[in-house]
Design a protein around this ligand. Structure first.
Ligand code: PRX
Length: 631
């Protein structure tokens, strides 16, 4: 399974294309199965019916925990670094983690959770979050983790979409200097969630919370009443493991469904090969478990691989901008995986935050979530890696389950800002808007994947047709990524960004339609149009053009109210960075907003706006340009 040289990579890649069935079968054999599969691959992309390791029976937690408990019970599984730097870090060995997961799995059962039930998890980055996730997998419940920064309404929408029976949360959360309510937000959400019968609350901040009789119970009380022995539920390879909601260009967020075996095999295979983890090393991924990176590369990939995964509760700038470097020094981190936004923001804080830190334990630096610009890549390489670390720029998506295009650390020759080459099993292709394949090198196009890999999205919860329409219809027989991409003269891939109406803000995916819906719900807003624009730190910022019923006397007050509305409806991550009040939007005669023009204006372009002859009222464009200059 483990690739160690570039020649081995080439051989593995060739085999994965020539003989994918045996290629993946050999890898899958290295895991623990309760019953072997009958067929490696079935179904097709046309109707999104791909299945892997068909007929196999297993439980992912036996692979992530039990087998390591047998071989190395005292090996650290999770090192938890709390928000407050003075507070001691906690290490959970595989034995301890196994015991806690089993105990909490029994709590789930005691509280009515059975195989197939959906459980929403809304928690900060504390060990109980990983325990809750794994306990769901232990009993066969489908977890749906909702990022702790989302609003009550966002929680309610997600809970209702998949009829979650339970929510697991905490009293509150520490984020840097802030204390944030969690249970209170869940209480607000639950006003409109009839399916939820039970709320389990873990203590973190000792914030007073209201506990509703018959519905709410304390984590700490519940675990006292159950045994630490919980046999793992027998799961089919294709039983859903989790749902994770993500934004697209239209409508509300989709519940991306990943299933058990394919996801397990692919997340572990990619973890081991991309990061080249060796026994004894400490791996630190700064993502939140509320996103796919946290699922695949804080919890499942590392733990199934028997690695030590460092989980950090806080933020990179608390108590100061040296926090990541301080954690790396104290825990002797070998592999560090973060997002370009964090790099760009920390770059701006000056040398004193990293210069006096001993970063010599580092071997591999990772990047994920958005295109990394060359300046940030070079800064990361020189100042953090001291020119001795390999940088793995990993391209992938919630829907792909695991890393798709990336260097293998110390094996693939890297190039600043390039995700480089596809991993074994991944067959990328560039196509034009008509679906014609763009051959050769030195070309640009839309990125598609032409053959199934084990952790490809299986469905969108409750609406399979939406999955087909979104990912498999534009280019029949191929998975469409919605990303633009270039392939350079060396055949290296560089992701250029989304080609749909999704904005990537600090590595978070935000649908323009969702933000518009939130804006439009504010009293006084008649219509809005949202686009992305280049932002020095966040990668992209959110620019909102808003038609308001009457121009406010105090525009700054109205802006604040509008931002508060977006925070209430989606969460602070979706707040526009810029709001421009306009009297009209550039529309075609058929009423379609010409976003292309709005995007250009947001980018600061005023001259070459392309063809505006089809606009209903071209004068509106001049007004918007004038207004944008004043902003
Ligand atoms: O546009 C790509 C960008 O992030 C999108 C996926 O977002 P999400 O599902 O939230 O998953 C993020 C973490 C895997 C992609 O469509 N993206 C992700 N990684 C990269 C990237 N863009 C450029 N380079 C990357 N390494």
């Amino acid at each position: 399974m483990r690739i160690r040289t570039f020649e081995e990579y080439q051989q593995a890649y060739k085999k994965s294309v020539d003989d994918p069935i045996n290629f993946w079968a050999e890898i899958a054999q290295e895991f623990e199965w309760k019953k072997p599969w009958i067929k490696v691959l079935d179904g097709s992309f046309e109707d999104a019916s791909t299945k892997w390791f068909v007929g196999g029976k297993l439980n992912i937690t036996e692979n992530a925990l039990d087998r390591h408990v047998r071989e190395k019970p005292h090996y650290p599984a999770i090192i938890w670094e709390p928000n407050e730097p003075g507070d001691e870090a906690i290490t959970l060995t595989y034995k301890v983690l196994h015991e806690r997961v089993c105990r909490f799995a029994n709590v789930l059962k005691k509280n009515g959770i059975q195989k197939g039930d959906r459980v929403c998890i809304y928690m900060p980055m504390i060990p109980e979050l990983a325990i809750a996730v794994l306990a769901c997998a232990r009993v066969g419940a489908i977890h749906s983790v909702v990022f702790g920064g989302f609003s009550a309404k966002s929680i309610a929408d997600r809970v209702n979409d998949s009829d979650c029976k339970m929510i697991i949360t905490t009293d509150g959360a520490f984020r840097g200097a802030k204390k944030i309510p969690m249970k209170e937000t869940v209480d607000d959400a639950l006003i409109g969630c009839p399916s939820v019968q039970r709320v389990i609350v873990a203590t973190r901040t000792r914030t007073p919370v209201s506990m509703i009789k018959g519905r709410d119970v304390w984590w700490e009380e519940e675990i006292k009443t159950v045994s630490a022995d919980c046999p793992a539920e027998v799961m089919d390879s294709e039983d859903p493991l989790f749902i994770l909601y993500t934004s697209g260009s239209t409508g509300k967020p989709k519940g991306v469904v990943h299933t058990t075996a394919g996801y397990m095999v692919y997340s572990a295979y990619t973890f081991q090969n991309v990061f080249q983890y060796e026994p004894g090393e400490v791996y630190f991924c700064t993502a939140d478990v509320g996103w796919i990176t946290g699922h695949s590369y804080i919890i499942y990939g590392p733990l199934v691989s028997g690695a030590t995964s460092l989980m950090f509760e806080g933020v990179p700038t608390y108590p100061d901008a040296g926090r990541f470097w301080d954690i790396i020094e104290r825990h002797k981190v070998n592999i560090f995986y973060t997002a370009p936004t964090a790099i760009r923001s920390l770059m701006g804080f000056g040398n004193e935050f990293w210069e006096n830190k001993d970063l010599s334990s580092l071997k591999v630096l990772g990047s994920v979530g958005e295109p990394i610009n060359e300046e940030a890549w070079n800064w990361y390489n020189t100042n953090i890696g001291k020119g001795n670390c390999t940088i793995v720029d990993t391209w992938w998506q919630t829907e792909t389950g695991g890393i798709m295009i990336s260097p293998l650390a110390n094996i693939t020759k890297t190039k600043p800002a390039f995700a480089t080459l596809p991993l074994p099993g991944i067959q990328p292709e560039l196509v034009d808007d008509k679906g014609e394949i763009i051959e050769g090198n030195g070309v640009n196009g839309n990125l598609v994947i032409k053959f199934p890999w084990p952790s490809v999205i299986r469905t969108t919860w409750g609406d399979h047709q939406r999955c087909i329409d979104t990912y498999f219809k534009a280019y029949p027989g191929k998975y469409f990524t919605s990303d633009g991409c270039m392939r350079d003269e060396d055949g290296y891939y560089r992701i250029t960004g989304r080609v749909d109406d999704v904005i990537n803000v600090s590595g978070h995916r935000i649908g323009t339609a969702e933000v518009e819906d939130a804006l439009n719900s504010h009293t006084g807003v008649i219509e809005s149009a949202v686009v992305g624009y280049p932002h020095d730190i966040k990668g992209q910022g959110i620019y909102a053009y808003i038609i308001i019923d009457h121009m406010p006397h105090d525009a700054s007050m109205t802006r604040k109210e509008i931002l508060a509305t977006v925070t209430r409806i989606i969460g602070p991550i979706a707040k526009p960075d810029k709001i421009q009040f306009v009297s009209g939007l550039p529309k075609t005669r058929s009423g379609k907003i010409m976003r292309r023009i709005l995007r250009k204006i947001a980018e600061g372009e005023t001259g070459n706006l392309g063809d505006t002859s089809t606009l209903l009222d071209p004068a509106v464009v001049d007004e918007i340009i004038a207004g944008a200059k004043e902003l």
